[in-house]
Design a protein around this ligand. Structure first.
Ligand code: C5P
Length: 319
């Protein structure tokens, strides 16, 4: 029986890049948030050996370099299992878009393969395999609102944000994450980066301990919960460091962010290293209208919702 898994996107609400480490990765601090926008992964197992990947999108590699292939190989090894594995990727998320599509696909493959083989990995093996394949994989083992530390692979479940209206604009530009990090190194290194990363935790704390966790739990007068939360997010100064290297290289992306802000986004930002730009809105109607304006201007945009943890797990195996 084929196993179908939804492979959800993530956005980064703030991303601070720290110094280059000895292992050539950068220390980073970020908040990941899963979105109700997904690819579909189908995993089938049969007799024999070998891993096969099928995907109609020519931008997706179907060889050993695909994150799904790399995870499947490690899962088979960890379970000491022999099987022919076929993985079909129905691609809807932008490729190289900063929405973690390839990472999410890989974690969805892990979950589907365990189910197809009727075997379960230990939680620590799942985490080890995910972190081994990429820094952005472990967050998808938690879902919802997640704090990412280390090189992004050290994940901690945060108290979930309520579902927020989120417009995702996907310009037809692919940004290579390693190249964006290299550009960052050319521009900014040393104590400045270390200091910036230190302030991130304080900003996150200020934001999350603000309106949402106010002693009364009552939002400021005349404002809804989403609006108060987003205003506090702006006030906390949480930002994505990649913007300072990606925007000068692709000025049209800065304009996409401005269009979202002008359309009423309370908070807009590049996600990961881009090129996706998202906007968080206090009202659904504004988000839908903004997506329409954006699409009319020639940049594909859609209104989604952020996906809290319980919903993430509920929807994962439903086709
Ligand atoms: O971990 P992942 O495979 O996604 O990383 C891809 C590349 O991005 C790494 O090889 C590295 O060049 C860069 N990277 C980094 N610092 C991080 C995460 C990724 O420099 N924290």
């Amino acid at each position: 029986m084929p196993v179908l898994v939804r492979s959800f996107a993530k956005i980064n609400i703030g991303l601070r890049i720290g110094p280059l480490r000895e292992d050539r990765f950068h220390e980073l601090h970020t908040i990941y948030q899963t979105l109700d926008f997904h690819d579909l992964i189908k995993v089938e197992t049969g007799q024999g050996i070998g891993i096969e990947i099928l995907c109609k999108n020519p931008q997706v590699p179907v060889d050993e370099s695909n994150t799904c292939w790399r995870v499947a190989e490690r899962v088979l090894r960890a379970l000491n299992a022999r099987a022919k594995v076929r993985i079909t990727i129905d691609k809807r998320l932008p490729v190289q878009g900063g929405l973690g599509g390839a990472s999410s696909n890989a974690v969805a493959t892990m979950m589907a393969l365990e189910k197809a083989l009727k075997r379960q990995l230990k939680a620590e093996d799942r985490l080890r395999i995910a972190a081994d394949v990429g820094s952005d994989l472990p967050l998808f083992l938690i879902g919802g609102t997640v704090l990412g530390l280390g090189r992004g692979e050290q994940v901690h479940a945060l108290e979930d944000l309520p579902p927020l209206d989120c417009v995702v604009a996907a310009p037809a530009i692919g940004v290579s994450t390693p190249q964006a990090f290299a550009e960052w190194d050319r521009k900014l290194t040393g104590p400045e980066a270390s200091d910036k990363i230190k302030t991130f935790s304080q900003s996150v704390y200020d934001w999350l301990s603000g309106s949402r966790f106010s002693p009364t739990g009552v939002p400021a007068k005349g404002r809804g919960q989403a609006e108060t939360l987003l205003l506090d997010l702006v006030r906390a100064g949480i930002a994505n460091d990649f913007e300072s290297v990606v925007f000068p290289k692709h000025p049209s992306l800065r304009e996409v962010k401005r269009v979202l802000e002008r359309s009423g986004a309370e908070y807009a930002s590049l996600s990961g290293s881009g090129s996706t730009i998202y906007g968080l809105f206090a009202k659904r109607s504004k988000a839908v209208a903004a997506a329409r304006v954006m699409s009319k201007s020639g940049v594909l945009a859609q209104a989604w919702k952020t996906l809290p943890r319980d919903q993430y797990w509920k929807k994962l195996f439903s086709s």
